[in-house]
Design a protein around this ligand. Structure first.
Ligand code: GLN
Length: 256
């Protein structure tokens, strides 16, 4: 009986080796896939050009370059900003890149890569607004923002403010334009881009950039290998000039 068992096990082992050998010999090892999600109403970091479903922007170029460098096939999907972290923790996606600020609160549930962009928040109002000169004038006012963002958190910290949180940044800006809100609180580089793209005909910023925030690429806490791969690839891209090239494409001169 014992002999039979040993023999069976030997046969099984031989079979599995054969099987493994077969696959490995003829085909290349399966390509690693990086399932990425983003929320594309955040130009110039992630957006879709008019009439196109394709994602474009600084974050998109960066994650594609990281994937290439680290040997991953990058697949990008669209998701609400507030759905990104739950999708990471449940394992539905591997990576979120969405101009996401590294915060202590978020770090409790997910891991961030090394920071890749320094940002901050700013107040945007309609061009003809005369009474709101800084965040201090927003008490009791109607503020539009995007759901789940640091801009929403900041808005809700203002005394008596009536905060409306939208699914996308575009809707928040639209609400201001339509007179449904007195101000928008959003990331400064995104507001800057919006104004530069013609938004300055209807809106302007007031006050200083608030809360130094840094963007990081978010990954499931358990996926330590992936964070390491991302950080290693990003460091290589910074060294070989590729990161600066991507930065220049979207922001002009290279900030050091
Ligand atoms: N940087 C902000 C945050 O992390 C906003 C990001 C966004 O709207 N895509 O909350």
């Amino acid at each position: 009986m014992k002999k039979l068992l040993v023999m069976m096990m030997a046969i099984l082992a031989a079979c599995s080796m054969l099987l493994a050998g077969c696959g490995g010999g003829e085909k290349k090892a399966a390509e690693k896939v990086m399932r990425v999600a983003t929320e594309p109403s955040f130009a110039p970091f992630e957006f879709q050009k008019e009439g196109s479903k394709e994602f474009t922007g600084f974050d998109i170029d960066l994650i594609r370059a990281i994937g290439k460098q680290a040997g991953y096939k990058v697949e990008i999907q669209n998701m609400g900003f507030d759905a990104l972290i739950p999708a990471l923790t449940s394992g539905n996606i591997d990576v979120a890149i969405a101009g996401m600020s590294i915060t202590e609160e978020r770090k409790k549930v997910i891991t961030f890569s090394d920071p890749y962009y320094t940002s901050g928040l700013i107040v945007m109002v309609n061009k003809d607004e005369a009474n709101i000169k800084s965040i201090d004038d927003l008490k009791g006012k109607r503020i539009a923002c995007q759901i789940g963002t640091t801009g929403e958190k900041k808005s809700r910290s203002i005394e008596g403010a009536k905060v409306v949180a939208f699914n996308t940044q575009s809707e928040a800006s639209m609400e201001l334009k339509n007179g449904g809100a007195d101000a928008v609180i959003n990331d400064a580089p995104v507001v800057g881009y919006y104004l530069a793209q013609g938004g300055d005909k209807v809106a302007k910023t007031v006050g200083e950039v608030m809360e130094a925030e840094e963007y990081g690429i978010a990954v499931n806490k358990k996926n330590t290998q992936l964070v390491q791969d991302i950080n290693k690839a990003m460091a290589e891209l910074k060294k070989n000039g590729e990161f600066d090239k991507i930065y220049k494409t979207w922001f002009g001169e290279v900030k050091k």
